[in-house]
Design a protein around this ligand. Structure first.
Ligand SMILES: [Zn+2]
Length: 348
């Protein structure tokens, strides 16, 4: 069968192999026919040889962690043939740490977790894959074209879950949300904000392309200005750029008792001049919280599946800029100027 593979650590080693072995029973009882995988920044880093780890004893890794497929068989009977599913990316570490021991592998404390298509587990960019039943998430049948958005949605469902848990440390009546960055994570974070009935603002440097219209379609306000030029103080910020200046600016911009959730991963290595004392003073005197958030556990995947089922399907499909047949796989991994989400299509 077909599989898109790389040699981790080696740039441009991307290859489509036609004779990849079928998934073995040890990978899990649920056998899935792949429909599509989404491509994200992590995939670009893996293709560039900057990230990723092959399964033990192997040199090549099947990539792809944003999955969508149809169930072929589930011996437990909880999923039926034809059901639309996505596979959970991260698996608990083998020790396990206290968090992995209770299914909160998104909060793993020892870093020994594994991840499909990223870290020591083959990914989903292959014709067929297997996962254990509790790592298969059923999707509403209406999501057949867009269900590969479940993985990035799980990331923002976790971010919102933790924002709300932190918010409930005291009386919690947020009104305004600022999302910085209108890529897939930012737009899905804005979707979940709009589903909560909040006043949603999205800031991005793009002034043309599809982003402003996608934001307007959520009933949200699009800003293409500096954070400091915004004329309101947000109760909640979801920072999705990882750009150092934006990160620092939103920490200073949040309203009293505001919560800033950082989801963007910065590359590091550049320093900027910044008044750390003023930031500390603002955080303390306003009871603000700044926290980081990554990955998602089963509960968040289920919340994300509910959020996608409730969303406007036309809006979700508008996030998908290009659908590239698996036979032209290389095109999927070359970013285009107006790309939001690129999808590698295994059904074509
Ligand atoms: Zn762990």
């Amino acid at each position: 069968m077909r599989a898109v593979t790389v040699t981790p650590g080696v740039a441009d080693s991307l290859e489509l192999v036609d004779d990849h072995p079928e998934p073995v029973a040890e990978e899990g009882g649920v056998l899935v026919q792949a429909l599509a995988v989404g491509v994200c920044g992590t995939d670009h880093e893996i293709v560039a040889g900057e990230y990723g780890e092959a399964p033990p004893g192997r040199s090549r890794l099947v990539i792809g962690h944003e999955s969508l497929g149809r169930v072929m068989e589930d011996p437990t009977g909880s999923l039926q043939p034809g059901d639309l599913v996505a596979g959970i990316v991260r698996y608990p570490d083998p020790v396990p740490c206290p968090n992995c021991a209770v299914g909160e592998w998104d909060m793993c404390r020892n870093g020994q977790y594994t991840e499909h298509g990223i870290k020591a587990l083959d990914g989903f960019a292959r014709d067929r894959w297997r996962v254990p039943p509790r790592f298969a998430v059923r999707l509403d049948p209406a999501l057949a074209q867009v269900g590969m958005l479940l993985e990035p949605t799980s990331v923002v469902a976790k971010a919102w879950d933790h924002i709300e848990r932190i918010g409930h440390r005291a009386e919690w009546q947020p009104r305004s949300v600022l999302v910085t960055g209108a890529g897939p994570i930012g737009l899905l974070a804005a979707l979940l904000a709009s589903q909560r009935g909040l006043s949603v603002h999205v800031l991005d440097r793009a002034t043309s392309g599809p982003k402003p219209e996608l934001v307007h379609a959520l009933g949200a306000t699009y800003h293409s200005v500096q954070v400091n030029d915004l004329d309101f103080e947000p109760d909640v910020v979801l920072e999705c750029t990882g750009a150092p200046k934006v990160v620092l600016d939103v920490m200073c911009k949040a309203a009293p008792t505001g919560i800033v959730c950082l989801t963007g991963v910065s590359s590091g290595g550049r320093s900027i001049d910044f008044d750390a004392g003023a930031l500390n003073r603002a955080l303390v005197l306003e009871n603000n919280v700044v926290f980081g958030s990554v990955n998602a556990n089963r509960r968040h995947w289920d919340l994300a599946a509910e959020a996608l089922a409730r969303a406007d399907q036309y809006w979700l499909s508008s996030l998908i800029s290009r659908r590239v047949p698996a036979s032209r796989f290389r095109d999927a991994y070359v970013p285009g100027p107006d790309d939001i989400k690129v999808v590698l299509d295994f059904a074509a």
